[in-house]
Design a protein around this ligand. Structure first.
Ligand code: GLC
Ligand code: CA
Length: 528
């Protein structure tokens, strides 16, 4: 029997920015509930909601102060139950975001741990003595700038944080931490969650000896956290083999609920992606490289093929999320970037797995221009030149009323210029060939072509470089991301063009050879 996520398409919601029901400028759970009819119409099978738990908000919710409480800015547990009930009545599953790598420094566990070396909660976190010179115990750096260690004067030890100092890393070698999270998983499943997106899934285990990471490149901009971070080979702070055991345990915890485990992972090599979805561990894993790449057709296709072959249906495919620049912007901007974005996502829809849209991706949104004074992301506000993530996080444009219909009269939490009417849901839902209608067609079509996820892929050797093709049963997907047309020799039979990433007009029959124009994806099915 298939699992519910086979053939499903997910949709990521950033709760702050999606819909604000009580008009205080911050999105909330009730706002999501009100917009579920839209998501059902779009053809979404599951929503992933970024963290909405009690949090001081240093990283906008990815710093959790209580894993079992809803942040009052987003509502309460009753709102969550109402959301789940409404989603389920529309056959939409609800995936919540769980943050096991670190808690907030405001969490009672960390507040206790700070009380001293003998406190029972001390060992919930990672403490090390200073190096001989009194500095941090090793050379690990925070994703958000500076060392991954902060000194606690009172105890004379450093705590580890792969992100902000206010996000202390939990100690996953401690059985008590493992027990706590078993309880947290069950808590949300008991409240109706259908699965978990696991934040920094690859980070929970650390090298037992806390060795220095080898440096592989010079640091060119010490004020840019990603430049510093990428100068190191993360051999010892991330992606440790022992991580798999944590999720084998989780897999058993969630099995009675038929809940899905989707890891946010950033493995060192493509070969390691499949490791996370080995039997009995995670169900799928986000393969994030395409969400960070600029327009590099050959490199992108080469990686998609390699990951698809090694991890088969265990991948969650994405080109957009709340951490990256929006894909139409990264892929060249304007309509060209939008066409490219849809061409890539259409091909991802043919890669088995569990693809995810990011809110607004279906509208072809480009990044919002945020003024320096309005920046909210700690990557920007805590570093002199940090390239932050606010450009992708501006509010969802529903229509061309106040704040694009996100809230009634309040000022949205993140200040950004309003979007044009043509960029909004209302401006696209009845407009022929709009980005929204094309994305919707893709999602609906995918449901009618189960070969796209039920049947194993055979990659064709006819095309290579910036164009590739694969066959799954009676469906062929051809991606031509190059700047000139390519011809593809079809197997025997009549092949119907079911989806063209650029134009709605499809349905033409092809025999023998099909020509795919530049920067386009075609999905064809065999006429029986
Ligand atoms: C993940 C999240 C990101 C967050 C970080 C720390 O990468 O996607 O938004 O800042 O983890 O929790
Ligand atoms: Ca609100």
């Amino acid at each position: 029997m298939g699992r519910w996520w086979q053939g499903a398409v997910g949709y990521e919601i950033y709760p702050r920015s999606f819909a604000d029901a009580n008009d205080d400028g911050i999105g909330d759970l009730a706002g999501i509930t009100e917009r579920l009819p839209y998501l059902e119409w779009l053809g979404v099978d599951a929503i992933w909601i970024a963290p909405f738990y009690d949090s001081p908000g240093y990283d906008h919710g990815y710093d959790v102060a209580d894993y079992k409480a809803v942040n009052t800015i987003h509502g309460d547990l009753e709102d969550f139950s109402a959301l789940v009930a409404e989603a389920h009545s529309r056959a939409i599953k609800v995936i919540v975001d769980i943050v096991p790598n670190h808690s907030s420094s405001h969490h009672v566990w960390f507040q206790e741990a700070l009380k001293g070396r003998d406190n029972p909660y001390r060992d919930y976190y990672i403490w090390r003595d200073p190096a001989l010179d009194g500095g941090p115990p090793n050379n690990w750096v925070s994703h958000f700038g500076g060392p991954a260690w902060t000194f606690d004067e009172a105890s004379g030890q450093y705590w580890c944080h792969l992100f902000l100092p206010e996000q202390p890393d939990l100690n996953w070698t401690n059985p008590a931490v493992r027990d706590e999270f078993d309880g947290i998983l069950r808590f949300w499943c008991d409240h109706g969650a259908d699965g978990f997106r696991i934040d920094v899934a690859h980070g929970v285990m650390k090298d037992p000896q806390f060795r220095d990471n080898p440096q592989r490149a010079a640091i060119t901009d010490p004020e840019d956290p990603s430049d510093v971070f990428n100068a190191f080979d993360h051999l010892y702070d991330l992606d440790q083999d022992a991580t798999i055991e944590v999720y084998q345990r989780w897999n058993k915890v969630v099995a009675p609920y038929d809940a899905v485990l989707i890891g946010e992972s950033n493995p060192r090599t493509i070969d390691r992606v499949a490791g996370y979805v080995r039997e009995g561990s995670l169900h799928t894993v986000f393969y994030l490289e395409p969400a960070w790449m600029v327009w590099e057709p050959s490199a992108l296709l080469e990686r998609l093929e390699a990951v698809d072959i090694s991890a088969e249906t265990g991948v969650s495919w994405v080109i957009d999320n709340h951490d990256t620049s929006r894909s139409p912007t990264r892929f060249g901007g304007g309509d060209r970037g939008r066409h490219r974005s849809l061409a890539v996502f259409s091909f991802m829809a043919a890669l088995g797995g569990f693809p995810f849209l990011w809110e607004g991706q279906e509208l072809g949104l480009v990044n919002a221009e945020i003024q320096a004074i309005d920046l909210e992301d700690p990557i920007s506000t805590r570093n002199a030149h940090g390239k932050g993530r606010d450009g992708t996080r501006s509010v969802m444009p529903w229509d061309d009323s106040h704040a694009n219909g996100f809230c009634a009269g309040a000022t949205p939490w993140l200040h950004a210029p309003d979007r044009m009417a043509s960029e909004t849901v209302a401006g696209q839902e009845n407009t022929e060939n709009s980005w929204l209608l094309k994305h919707r067609r893709l999602l609906l079509l995918r449901k009618t072509l189960p070969d796209l996820w039920e049947t194993a892929a055979v990659w064709s050797d006819q095309l290579d470089g910036p164009a590739k093709a694969l066959r799954r049963g009676d469906v062929i997907a051809i991606a031509n991301f190059g700047d000139s047309p390519v011809a593809f020799d079809l197997p025997d039979g009549h092949w119907n063009l079911r989806f063209d990433s650029r134009f709605a007009a499809t349905g033409s029959a092809h025999i023998g050879r099909v020509e795919v124009p530049a920067e386009r994806t075609y999905l064809l099915s065999l006429v029986s």
